[in-house]
Design a protein around this ligand. Sequence first.
Ligand code: UDP
Length: 315
Amino acid sequence: MRILITGGAGFIGSHLCDRFLQEGHHVVAMDNLITGSQDNIAHLAGNPEFEFIYHDVSNFIHVPGQVNAVLHFASPASPIDYLKYPIQTLKVGALGTHNALGLARAKGACFLLASTSEVYGDPLVHPQPEVYAGNVDPVGPRGVYDEAKRYAEALVMAYHRQHAMDTRIVRIFNTYGPRMRLDDGRVVPNFIGQAIRGEALTIYGDGSQTRCFQFIDDLVEGVCRLLRSDYVDPVNIGTTREVSVLEFARIVNKVAGNDAGTVYAVGSRIDGDPQTRKPDTTLAADVLSWHPQTELEDGLDRTIRYFRAVLRLPA
Ligand code: UDP
């Protein structure tokens, strides 16, 4: 297959490039590099099966030749990124998804949308199954991302229903691993960066808010299985080991061997920061036979090694 991955130089996009190349496909990565980085795909330069196109998918997308699948992963995805780029975030979810769907339709390609657990907002149902419609504040600070992805999902279903297009929607829960940006502001790079520098980990709020952290390899496997399936409705992909931010900080400190503890960063918590988040992954297990394989401590250990290498710190 010849596969177009928008956001192909991003954290998740670049891992998808690796995976599909390993499987023998031809990959075209497209990115405008506002939050992605060419460092993430530098190792693929010179691979005849890999192409990079520098382009903002919120503008008309032109890709010559055949395309068999379009994986739409372009979007700022960390809260500080989408607060910094609120209009670009809305545009890539709306115009970018429209352009990517239009390209897929013109090429007769399958289309897969990277959606998010943020479509559930600050959930009133716990854990969150795909049928839960969510609790999103459209005008809150996170609304630009949440509503962009909700609109993108609606657009994908409209193309599926009106044009009988072959489509998939993956709702991605918190994912971490090598190639996250150390300064993307999310809890995993923040905590790891602090831990490997021997600093106290900054807890926003009282640290009782929960998340479930999945390792990138498990997500990539889920995306591949979904693409190969014929399942059109949204599917959650995420782990179900729920930890509070405070508990997570203790785990990161333990794995990194940091004894500087934690510190409460008063006033840093963004309004609308969900208090709980945990996927119901029954559907992924039933229709994709997908089960996450990586223990949190192991995934963190691999990610810590990566960040130490990036910062040229001893392993
Ligand atoms: N958080 C924290 N310290 C940090 C960064 C984030 O306590 O240095 C908290 C944040 O308030 C949120 C959770 O960690 O409750 C996860 O935040 P992240 O930005 O990783 O992503 P989210 O899951 O909120 O989209």
